[in-house]
Design a protein around this ligand. Structure first.
Ligand code: GCO
Ligand code: MG
Length: 408
């Protein structure tokens, strides 16, 4: 099975996506997601200019060898652009191998370890009444676990709170704005820390003790601030507290861990398993958050998850709207097959996105399933993709009240 073509398709059906399509000599096409929100064209160039020429003529069956060839062969290792590009190649090759086998990809990863993949959905509100309505709306959608993001009095817009309805008609949360420059938001840590426990108190009172609740801090706290928040939220029994600090300094999580039993999830901005070594070996986290799209594909994620499993750490694969349906399908095949599955983030895409990406995965009664089509079960309609040309968009930038740039 020789690779005869590899095309990088950039399309913007509501938001920007980068997709790699690898074609073999017997006419099969495998897909990989290489979307890096706000830096899409850098990955397109990395793939089109530096990787595609290396793929032509290669044996598409040699997945591990191709991964090592691209990773070690570049000499320069890791980084979001490199690892998104390698991920796209890796997922496209797994898609092809499963198509040839005539099996859904999860069968090649060991078969199903469960019947369905529990997903969490996003609830957000600028104030409490809006938030409680949003939680109810997610329950009506079928979600049985819900991430809760709330506005903070005195702050106009913060991560997780759409200033206006998003492309998915309010179902998801789309932070990238089509604007020549990133929008800017103002941040106040003390106001946030004061407000969040009151939000979780209200949500728990309204929905009772059973509903799993999650919260994303989005890297905005120092370790001692994160410790304080984790402790303050303990009475509300969170499923997890996500990205409480930037965590590039893995040792800093020791301090958070010493102070709170609130479960911790980290890693959506990481792109290699070495980013987790201390976090995993010292059991400083409970969930690994990497995306298949940003962490070197199925080959690398499988190794990362197997390492985590030895320390009773589970998975919570990143699944925002900037992961395309191709990247989502890759996550779902892994979720179904691995033993240490935790939960899957799911933000449904817009109708326009689903016009471009035909998918076989399903969401029903709170559970996702990748479907039984051979391969990944997602294809890209090139004519539809061409109707939605690239349109630059940026994530917002955050500043403290004195103007200092802060994590967003
Ligand atoms: C999440 C994430 C996203 C990111 C987005 C950036 O938990 O889903 O934090 O909302 O902000 O992926 O591109
Ligand atoms: Mg997050």
């Amino acid at each position: 099975m020789q690779i005869v073509a590899a095309d990088v398709i950039v399309t913007s059906p509501g938001r920007n996506f980068v997709t790699l399509a690898i074609t073999t000599d017997d006419g099969l096409v495998g897909y990989g997601d290489a979307t890096l929100n706000g830096r899409e064209l850098a990955v397109r160039s990395y793939l089109a200019d530096h990787v595609v020429p290396l793929l032509i003529g290669r044996d598409a069956h040699r997945i591990e060898d191709t991964w090592q060839y691209l990773h070690r062969g570049a000499y320069w290792r890791r980084g979001p652009v490199t690892m998104a590009a390698i991920a796209a190649v890796d997922v496209a090759l797994w898609d092809l191998k499963a198509q040839v086998a005539g099996l859904p990809l999860y069968q090649l990863l060991g078969g199903a370890s469960r019947t369905g993949i529990r997903a969490y959905g996003h609830a957000s509100g600028r104030d409490l009444p809006e938030l409680l309505d949003s939680v109810r709306a997610r329950q009506d959608d079928g979600f049985t676990a819900i991430r809760v993001q709330s506005g903070v009095p005195g702050l106009e817009a913060i991560y997780g709170i759409s200033a206006s309805p998003d492309a998915t008609g309010g179902l998801g949360y789309e932070p990238a704005r089509r604007h020549p420059l990133p929008t800017e938001e103002t941040w106040d840590t003390r106001a946030y820390l004061r407000h969040m426990p009151t939000v979780f108190d209200a949500v728990r009172n309204e929905f009772g003790p059973e509903l799993p609740l999650l919260h994303d801090v989005h890297h905005r706290l120092t370790p001692i601030e994160a410790a304080k928040l984790g402790k303050a939220l303990e009475p509300y029994d969170l499923f997890w507290l996500e990205d409480c600090t930037p965590a590039e300094n893995q040792e800093s999580l020791r301090l958070v861990r010493q102070h709170t039993t609130t479960p911790l999830a980290i890693g959506e901005v990481f792109n290699a398993s070495v980013d987790y070594h201390t976090l995993i070996r010292e059991q400083l986290i409970d969930y690994v958050r990497s995306a298949v799209t940003h962490t070197g594909g199925i080959t690398a994620m499988r190794k990362l998850f197997d390492l985590a499993a030895q320390y009773q750490i589970k998975t919570g694969i990143h699944g925002p709207s900037d992961i395309s349906p191709v990247g989502m399908a890759a996550a779902l095949h892994l979720d179904l097959a691995i033993h240490n599955f935790g939960i899957q983030e799911f933000t449904p895409h817009s109708a326009e996105t689903y016009e471009v990406f035909r998918r076989s995965y399903t969401f029903e009664d709170g559970y996702l399933h990748p479907g039984e089509e051979p391969g990944l079960g997602v294809t890209l309609d090139r004519e539809a993709a061409a109707r939605f040309p690239y349109d630059p968009a940026y994530l917002p930038v955050n500043r403290l009240r004195d103007g200092t740039v802060h994590d967003w």
